[in-house]
Design a protein around this ligand. Structure first.
Ligand code: NAP
Length: 444
């Protein structure tokens, strides 16, 4: 009998790893267990709906999922439908690639007021992730603050700033279009607690702010350093490109377009203001010392009625799986968690890096799995047979890859002309399409 491997999570890291093992390990059976009925992880639920080019990678992932030695088991949740221990006992190797879905907290007063949203929730909401379908974010006023200076913050700014016409070929969900297109925004504040050199924007994403139809990016030229210096030439080039873009933004006129995007650097959030809901945001100017943003004691307030934090994510703990609560990620040494158990991607490294970085991570961990399995005798673990038995006993009917193709075709079929798809955003809707009801099972 060949080896059996379970990969938990059908996002980029899990699917890249599955592809390597399926190609390199003779006789292996790879089972991909995914909590949602839909595959592709953050490519579907995280990548911006107007970045369709980034989503082309799913063609490669589809080929992996259709291999004879790979099977997709969607709508199966580890910890609910099958336990960590059961998987460990059933498979020669279990690899966690569960990503990082939960928002980090700012830890400031007022953070829990209605009108404050984490980027994971907000992006998940407009991208149709069932977890956040009912977020119902409010954009009641004319000003929004987005906290964070990474690419996620830029995605948020762009999606809030683009016009209906600019998003006509995106797969922004209908429920989100209804809310976003009825907002009457005039000012978006993009807030970094440090300076432009410390921002993790990529120039391609920053440049997009300069090409928006109805919005103009603005920045105080006094906050832009004259040059970027550093030991890494590649990094330095990226920073120089960002500085050049910011210099261009500094020359913009606020009255040029109806919506202004204010890039505020060296401004650390102090508290969210309001009693019943968000009424403003208090910030403190910082002074840069050795790359750190030190407090100056000088505060100011912004009259915003919505605050979105884009300050990073945490992974979700799975009962039994070693987890670092403080860092919010799975504990591993180079991807090895305990004998026969591995982790890869954002649940291992934290939420850093674009999709190719997760590919590199997955390839490295796949090599470790191969190395460890190499020395072991032919597998006698039941693998898929045990998984299918446990799920059947619990009345769980997994969503297969063919089922996903049915859902996907229905999404494409009901999309407005010009849009790639109109996503189904509730698990119940997807299962109903397949002629099923939602099962509620419990792991033993
Ligand atoms: P990120 O690049 O790590 O940025 C997080 C930002 O949050 C940083 O600017 C950080 O500032 C700030 N922050 C953290 N704690 C804060 C606090 N308490 N107060 C104020 N600011 C705080 O993370 P991300 O934007 O979530 O992106 C995650 C990964 O996905 C990145 O690798 C990104 O490149 C990638 N991504 C790529 C694309 C794309 O290619 N188009 C799109 C989206 C995401 P400090 O530096 O001061 O800590």
């Amino acid at each position: 009998m060949g080896k059996s491997v379970a990969v938990i999570g059908a996002g980029p890291a899990g699917l890249y790893l599955a592809e390597v093992l399926a190609k390199k390990l003779a006789g292996v059976q790879v089972d991909i267990i995914e909590r949602l009925p839909t595959p592709f992880g953050l490519v579907r639920g995280g990548v911006a709906p107007d970045h369709q080019g980034t989503k082309n990678i799913v063609r490669q992932f589809e080929r992996t999922l259709q291999r004879d030695n790979v099977r997709f088991h969607g709508n199966v949740e580890v910890g609910r439908d099958v336990s960590y221990l059961e998987l460990k006992q059933a498979y020669d190797a279990v690899v966690f690639a569960t990503g990082a879905l939960r928002d980090r907290r700012l830890g400031i007063p007022g953070e829990t007021l209605p009108g404050v949203y984490g980027s994971g929730a907000f992006v998940g909401w407009y991208n149709g992730l069932p977890d956040f379908r009912d977020l119902a974010p409010e954009l009641p006023g004319s000003a929004v603050a987005i906290i964070g200076n990474g690419n996620v913050a830029l995605d948020l700014v762009r999606i809030l700033a683009k016009s209906e016409a600019e998003l006509a070929s995106s797969d922004l969900c209908a429920h989100a279009r209804a809310v976003l297109f009825s907002a009457r925004l005039t000012d978006i504040y993009l807030i970094g607690r440090r300076g432009p050199l410390e921002a993790t924007f990529t120039p391609e994403s920053l440049a997009e702010l300069g090409a928006l139809g109805r919005a103009v990016p603005l920045v105080d030229s006094a906050r832009i350093p004259a040059a970027a210096a550093g030991p890494d030439p590649k990094e330095q080039k990226i920073k120089e490109q960002n500085l050049e873009l910011l210099r261009g933004f500094a020359a913009n006129r606020p009255e040029a377009k109806p919506l202004r995007i204010h890039l505020l650097f060296q401004a650390a959030p102090v508290s969210v203001l309001g009693t019943e809901r968000v009424e403003g945001l208090r910030l403190e100017h910082t002074r840069l010392e050795g790359g750190r943003g030190e407090p100056t004691g000088e505060t100011f307030e912004l009259p915003v009625s919505t605050v979105i934090t884009a300050i990073g994510y945490r992974s979700t703990a799975i009962p039994g799986l070693p987890f670092d609560e403080r860092q919010g990620r799975v504990v591993s040494t180079g991807g090895r968690v305990e004998p026969g158990v591995y982790a890869t991607g954002w649940c291992r490294r934290g939420p850093q890096g674009v999709i190719p970085a997760n590919r590199a991570d997955a390839l490295g961990v796949a090599e470790r799995v191969l190395e460890d399995l190499d020395g072991q005798p032919a597998g006698d673990r039941p693998g898929r047979q045990a998984l299918e038995r446990l799920l059947a006993e619990r009345g769980v009917e997994p969503v297969s890859f063919a089922d996903w193709q049915t859902i996907s075709a229905a999404e494409s079929g009901r999309a407005e002309p010009g849009r790639p798809r109109e996503k189904y955003t509730r698990v119940e809707e997807m299962l109903a399409l397949l002629g099923r009801e939602r099962t509620s099972a419990r792991a033993g």
